[in-house]
Structure formats: structure tokens, C-alpha cells
Write a protein that binds this ligand. Structure first.
Ligand SMILES: [Zn+2]
Length: 246
């Protein structure tokens, strides 16, 4: 192992390589009540489970718990303190599905609660033998706790749609694809979010961490005012992810 990751020509190539920014709006399928999109399922197992924290009432949107990657998760610590108004913050299981959006021509992610995932998996399993030939309408119905997502087979595809469908022949979803959509925050960013939400951070975290979190907030503010900052995780609407589901 070396601390040098690229040398000479390779370093130059690496330097010039454009940093690919992920467009989370495109990456994630987000539907309103009654909206749908047409998808192809590339296998019966293109979904994964992860642990997420969220507290919509406090403006903390769904984000992965960082404990599984060996970090000290500030959101777990905050949740353990059972502070008033932050009781929904504990880590919950969520599920990411990868669907090929045949109209967009790209593989996209859908982030589901446990209940929504159970329904979707049941739907996928029902058609598992036909995934190579059948496209689906992925549709949302309802709001808040009544929100449902369904997959209904499209009985016949037009010739042009068959072509769109066929573009995904042989395409598979790699685990890294799910990882790229999850965007974990750093511990300091987590503390910054808690600080913005009014959580008593000074009593909970080390002074240098609180200081760094304040600096992070300043950086976010600067980015918001015209600077080019790191895009935050797309905001899931509250009714997509009601805490009460768990
Ligand atoms: Zn956590």
C-alpha cells in the first residue's frame, strides 16, 4: 500500500478527469399522488436495505446512519438521549430499489419505507418469471400514511417502447450504484444539522466538534448565497416517509 494513488501520466489523467456530479433529482424517482412512470425491472433482487435517520419536523431529511461504515454516528447519539421533539430520530430500516426508467433511458432509485418495500417486493416476486419481457407502470396513489406504490404490468408495448425496453438488455445493477445514491453525511455535518434543528449540541458533543459544525453551517450558508456547494440529499416529502409507519 502506498499513500501515492497516481503517478506521472496517470496523475495528470486523474487531475483532468471531470468530477461527475450526481444529479439526485434525476437519480431518484419521486412521484406525487396519481403520478407514475414506466419501468423495467432488471432482476427480481435489485433492492437493498439500509439504516436511515430522519426527523422531518426538525428539517432533518432521510440520510444513512453512518455506524455501518464504522463511524461514530451523531444522530444515533442524539436519538439515544431521547430529547423532547426528537423521538423520531432513531435509525430505521429503509429500502432502495433500482428500476430502469424506460422513458428516461436510465437506471433510477426509489427510496421506500419498510411497508412500501414489502408491497413492492411482493409485486416483483409475482412477476419474477416475466421480467425480461414485461414493463411496468410504477405508480403512487395516496398521501401521508395512505401512500401506496404499485407495479402493474403493461400488457402490450408499442414498437418504439419495445426498443426503449430492449436498451436495457443485459444491463445489471451493481451494489456501488446503491452506494452512490446514499450520500452519507460526516459526523460534523450531522452535528451541524442537529444544531440547525435546535438540538442541545453544546451539552451533547465535544466543543471542537460543535465549533466545526458551526463552520459547516457557515459554509452551507455561503453556498446557498450564490456559491457552488455540495448538493444536499434530495428532500423527501414528509408524507413519503411518515415516522408513524415504523
Ligand atoms: Zn446512526
Amino acid at each position: 500500500m502506498s499513500i501515492i494513488t497516481a503517478k506521472g501520466k496517470d496523475a495528470k489523467a486523474s487531475l483532468n478527469k471531470k468530477v461527475e456530479k450526481i444529479d439526485f433529482k434525476k437519480l431518484y424517482i419521486r412521484l406525487k399522488d396519481g403520478e407514475s412512470c414506466r419501468v423495467r425491472l432488471l432482476s427480481a433482487e435489485d433492492y437493498c436495505e439500509y439504516l436511515a435517520h430522519a426527523s422531518y419536523a426538525n428539517g432533518i431529511y432521510t440520510q444513512p446512519c453512518i455506524k455501518p461504515i464504522g463511524e461514530k454516528c451523531a444522530l444515533c447519539e442524539a436519538s439515544d438521549l431521547k430529547a423532547k421533539g426528537f423521538d423520531g430520530l432513531y435509525a430505521k430500516k429503509r429500502y432502495l430499489f433500482a428500476f430502469a426508467d424506460i422513458d428516461m433511458g436510465e437506471i433510477r432509485l426509489f427510496d421506500a419505507t419498510k411497508g412500501q418495500a414489502q408491497q413492492l417486493i411482493a409485486g416483483i416476486e409475482q412477476y419474477s418469471e416475466d421480467l425480461e419481457t414485461v414493463a411496468f407502470v410504477f405508480k403512487r396513489t395516496g398521501n401521508k400514511v395512505e401512500t401506496n406504490y404499485s407495479l402493474s404490468p403493461i400488457l402490450r408495448l408499442k414498437a418504439e417502447d419495445k426498443e426503449k425496453f430492449g436498451k436495457f438488455d443485459g444491463v445489471t445493477v451493481e451494489p456501488e450504484f446503491f452506494e452512490s445514491g446514499l450520500q452519507p453525511r460526516t459526523r460534523i455535518q450531522q452535528i451541524a444539522l442537529l444544531m440547525q434543528a435546535g438540538f442541545p449540541v453544546a451539552q451533547t458533543y465535544a466543543a471542537d466538534e460543535v465549533k466545526a459544525a458551526q463552520a459547516q453551517i457557515d459554509e452551507w450558508e455561503a453556498a446557498k448565497n450564490g456559491g457552488e456547494g455540495v448538493k444536499p440529499i434530495p428532500k423527501a416529502s414528509e408524507d413519503d416517509n411518515p415516522d408513524s409507519v415504523f
